[in-house]
Design a protein around this ligand. Structure first.
Ligand code: HEC
Length: 460
């Protein structure tokens, strides 16, 4: 009975003639554990789709209900917290897997002839994955998510020439609101996943059509004239993908899945902050970690180049990644013969790790409750300067500036500003403000200004 049913299916689907040859196709004998990251990324993507669909059954993408629907999912829905947790940690896992997969293919020179398009579609998939991560954060619709998008829109808006149009495209209007949420939702659940399905299909077709790249050997450069013939010989001594190579993929995917589920069950989904409120700026608009490093980088570069850097930097990096296989499609593949490639990967990894760390510890947004300037600082100051210290707090200077370790980090540390700037310089600064500092010319009496500057001058 089952034999007849199988034959019936086989005649129509070509299980033995088409599908079996694909899953048992030969792969190079020495494929190692580095080859598992691509398939693990695919598995992570499938898990995101499944948990995403499950979440969409209860999530309401409207400003008045989004937050409440997430609270419902997290606290009351059956398995809701677990599914949200898997979706959250799965997203992190997918970003990590994509990046490691890419670093490996870069180091192994697998983007070279004839696999240029594998790399090209892979880079597009990286962009889409990051796009999913970005649009997903706003759907949480809590204070941090809301203000992170406000900040992102402001930063995009500072791009020369097209900034305004770009910002309006991102937020769907002049301010972040219901229209923004709808736009992010549609992008997150329809547009980007559809593009990803298309590109993953293409990517996999290319992998099957061209075969997996063999582990590189130093001294065997890629030459389009001879490569195909050499690869054919390697496959003649190859092993069938299923089951001889595929078990590694299965083991690794199961391990990743176990870690994600464990994190989701033990740590749980990210705690929802306060409900998004456009009238309260009291928030810590920090993006999720996959963008935190870039956020930190923007805070560290000189403000004068920030405007061109904000979109310019990702644009240049993106373009370099896209054209890489076309400008370096032949030659040595082995990392032993490509010190520059190794250097680029090591430097990027260290820089990104350091920047994520910097982004976690820094408080770049103003500190809204800095308290008074410590008494130890003002103790030996003149009465006028002590008066100035009170004005310093009352006028909000302390929210942005550190004095003796207290206050905000939005502006420079002023603990020793008296030794650095002259009285006229201080007066000019307070009256005129600066980049990211308001001008106080219009709302300070001459007496207040005098006392304030006395205070600043005593900070030595
Ligand atoms: C919204 C945050 C913010 C507030 C509020 C603020 N500042 Fe600033 N301040 C900054 C930033 C950012 C800079 C650096 C600006 C630049 O380089 O153009 C700065 C620069 C300065 C400097 C120059 C420091 C240096 O080392 O060059 C002084 C002095 C200063 N602020 C004093 C004040 C005083 C006094 C007040 C209150 C009346 C105040 N600031 C309020 C953000 C702020």
């Amino acid at each position: 009975m089952s034999g007849r049913f199988f034959r019936w299916l086989d005649e129509r689907l070509g299980i033995r003639s088409v599908i079996l040859p694909i899953i048992t196709h030969p792969v190079p004998r020495n494929v190692d554990w580095w080859y598992v990251f691509g398939s693990a990324t695919l598995v992570a993507f499938i898990f995101q789709i499944i948990t995403g669909v499950a979440l969409s059954f209860s999530y309401v993408p409207a400003p008045n209900s989004a937050y409440e629907s997430l609270e419902f999912i997290t606290n009351r829905a059956v398995l809701g917290s677990l599914i949200r947790g898997i979706h959250y940690f799965g997203a992190s896992a997918m970003v990590i897997l994509v990046v490691v997969h890419m670093a490996h293919e870069f180091l192994a020179g697998s983007y070279k002839f004839p696999r240029e398009l594998n790399w090209f579609t892979g880079v597009l998939l990286l962009f889409l994955t990051l796009g999913m991560a970005f649009t997903g954060q706003l759907l949480r619709w809590d204070q941090n998510a809301y203000w992170a998008v406000v900040v992102a829109a402001e930063q995009v808006g500072r791009t020369p020439l097209i900034g305004n149009q770009l910002a309006q495209l991102v937020v769907a209007g002049q301010t972040v609101g219901g229209a923004t949420l709808t736009r992010f939702y549609a992008t997150h659940v329809f547009l980007l996943p559809a593009l990803m399905f298309l590109l993953i299909g293409t990517h996999l077709y290319l992998v099957i059509n061209l075969g997996i790249s063999e582990p590189p050997q130093a001294g065997e450069p890629v030459d389009p004239a001879t490569y195909r013939e050499r690869y054919r010989k390697i496959l003649e001594e190859g092993i069938p993908f299923y089951p001889d190579a595929a078990w590694k993929d299965v083991v690794f995917a199961l391990a990743v899945g176990a870690v994600v589920v464990l994190l989701a069950a033990v740590v749980g989904p990210p705690v929802l902050g306060a409900r998004a409120d456009p009238t309260i700026v009291r928030a810590d608009p920090r993006p999720d970690w996959y963008f935190l490093w870039y956020f930190a980088l923007l805070a560290l570069i000189p403000p004068s180049i920030e405007n061109i850097f904000i979109l310019g930097f990702p644009l240049v990096v993106g373009l370099l990644l896209l054209i890489l296989p076309f400008i370096a499609s032949t030659g040595e593949r082995s990392p032993r013969r490509r010190p520059w490639a190794v250097g680029i990967v090591v430097v990027s990894a260290v820089a990104i790790a350091a920047l994520v760390r910097a982004g976690q510890v820094a408080t770049w947004s103003p500190n809204f409750d800095p308290g008074p300037v410590p008494a130890a600082v003002t103790a030996r100051m003149s009465p006028s300067a002590q008066q100035g210290a009170i004005i310093f707090q009352r006028k909000g200077c302390h929210n942005c500036h550190l004095v003796a370790g207290t206050g905000g980090l939005r502006g420079p540390d002023l603990t020793t500003v008296g030794a650095r700037l002259s009285r006229p310089q201080l007066i000019t600064r307070v009256l005129n403000g600066g980049i990211n500092m308001p001008a106080y010319g219009g709302n300070m009496t001459p007496d207040e200004l005098n006392a304030l500057v006395d205070f600043l001058q005593s900070l030595k």
